[in-house]
Write a protein that binds this ligand. Structure first.
Ligand SMILES: [Zn+2]
Length: 75
């Protein structure tokens, strides 16, 4: 399979999907994705997108919470 954007080689991987949603960063681990080795574009199956949206929108209880360090280059 090839990348839609650059034509690079795409491999199946499990990634951590991050999203800023309602004022919080959300991380969903072990998301199956096809990742381009060349440009880093991530492609998801329709089924995976459905499951991601269901997980985020239904506000399921997270498996665990982590602290996130925030840096600021303005200082
Ligand atoms: Zn690509």
């Amino acid at each position: 399979m090839k990348c839609d954007l650059c034509g690079g080689r795409v491999s199946e991987e499990k990634i951590s999907y991050t999203l800023f949603y309602e004022g919080h960063w959300i991380i969903v681990e072990n998301v199956p994705a096809k990742v381009c080795n060349q440009c880093g574009e991530k492609l998801f199956d329709a089924d995976t997108v459905d499951r991601l949206q269901a997980t985020i929108w239904k506000k399921q209880k997270p498996e665990r919470k982590i602290e996130t360090p925030v840096f600021n280059l303005a200082h």
